[in-house]
Design a protein around this ligand. Structure first.
Ligand code: PEP
Ligand code: MN
Length: 338
């Protein structure tokens, strides 16, 4: 349920009203302060809330029930875009464009440090790299695990780039304490126990869309994290399963404006896992930026044919440089008022 308060509402009236809502109905009250108005979002069982009584209060401008099952992730609860601060110089959402780039898997110190330097040079503002890898085959490279996390930190020290890396189980959360953004991979989007634990920490989470998840299911997974108190969720569209087999997945470009309409959370697009082919990364990245993405996450490898995972979709640093140039040029063209 959403309650919009009249602009003249005083702090005292607001506190009294909020306490009444909590005490009488046992709901949680989420407050959003805008320039023009204050919006209260009621979370919990609102079936007993007497809508006519609320509407009759002198400080209430309007009240309506929210049909969607996601509340904290809902734009109706938070009308302006969320801006997720990662470091002093990197904030995702609210109009900027950030590129996270790096290898699918961290393979060695030399590899990750060199790629980090290269992608930074081309304008990437975050370094990606998997240390714990969810692989379809148990016989495939599973990642360097804890050593991979240490190597990412070495690369961060060398370049200053914040690091993004995937977590696979809740018991690893302590190990990820020094990671800047924790990625939840497509395969874990509905690992609700993991999501609940990530809701208890104060760190940005990059939540990838599940392989065949609907937009509503994806937003409900964001809701799991936010319900625990962690509002720092960044959504990542990475392609979904369709009947098309030419590409690894099908990039759902429409998800970008749909998420923007339904939610206030930022959306980052992963053209690499959507495409599965390096030559498709550029057009998909351009489409994502044109459709309003807040960022891109792109796989880059110094030697794609010998990559330990996802070589076919990885760009060389040189190819990445060309893609980044085009993407930033497109972004500034889009930002130029016509
Ligand atoms: C990855 O980022 O390397 C990855 C495994 O992604 P996804 O979860 O989208 O498949
Ligand atoms: Mn990958």
């Amino acid at each position: 349920m959403i309650i919009v308060l009249k602009p003249a509402t005083t702090e005292e009236q607001l506190n009294k009203f909020t306490n009444m809502l909590k005490d009488s109905y046992g709901v949680k009250v989420n407050k959003w302060d805008g320039v023009q108005s204050t919006v209260l979002g009621l979370i919990g069982d609102t079936t007993r809330v007497d809508i006519e009584y609320i509407d009759a209060q002198s400080i209430v401008e309007s009240v309506k029930r929210v049909q969607e099952p996601y509340k904290k992730a809902n734009r109706k609860f938070h009308p302006d875009d969320s801006k997720i601060k990662v470091t002093d110089s990197v904030t995702i959402g609210g109009g900027s464009l950030h590129i996270m780039a790096g290898p699918c898997s961290v393979e060695s110190e030399q590899q990750i440090v060199q790629i980090a330097k290269d992608v930074k040079q081309s304008g990437a503002t975050l370094l990606r790299g998997g240390a714990f890898k969810p692989r379809t085959s148990p016989y495939a490279f599973q990642g360097l695990k804890a050593e991979g996390l240490d190597l990412l930190k070495t690369a961060r020290k060398e370049t200053g780039l914040p690091i993004v890396t995937e977590i696979m189980r809740a018991s690893h959360i302590d190990m990820f304490e020094n990671v800047d953004i924790i990625q939840v991979g497509a395969r874990n989007m509905q690992n609700f126990e993991l999501l609940k634990e990530l809701g208890k920490i104060d760190k940005p989470i990059l939540l990838k869309r599940g392989l065949s998840a609907t937009i509503e299911e994806w937003l409900m997974s964001a809701e799991y994290i936010m319900a625990g108190g962690n509002d720092k969720v960044i959504l990542c569209e990475r392609g979904i399963r369709t009947y098309e087999t030419f590409t690894r997945n099908t990039l759902d470009v429409s998800a970008i404006p749909i998420i923007k309409k339904l939610s206030h959370l930022p959306v980052v697009v992963d053209p690499s896992h959507a495409a599965g082919k390096s030559w498709l990364v550029e057009p998909l990245a351009m489409a994502a930026v044109a459709a309003g993405a807040d960022g891109l996450i792109i796989e880059v490898h110094n030697d794609p044919p010998h990559a330990l995972s996802d070589g076919a979709q990885s760009l060389t640093p040189k190819q990445f440089d060309a893609v980044a140039k085009k993407v930033f040029a497109l972004k500034s063209a889009l930002d130029t008022e016509v």
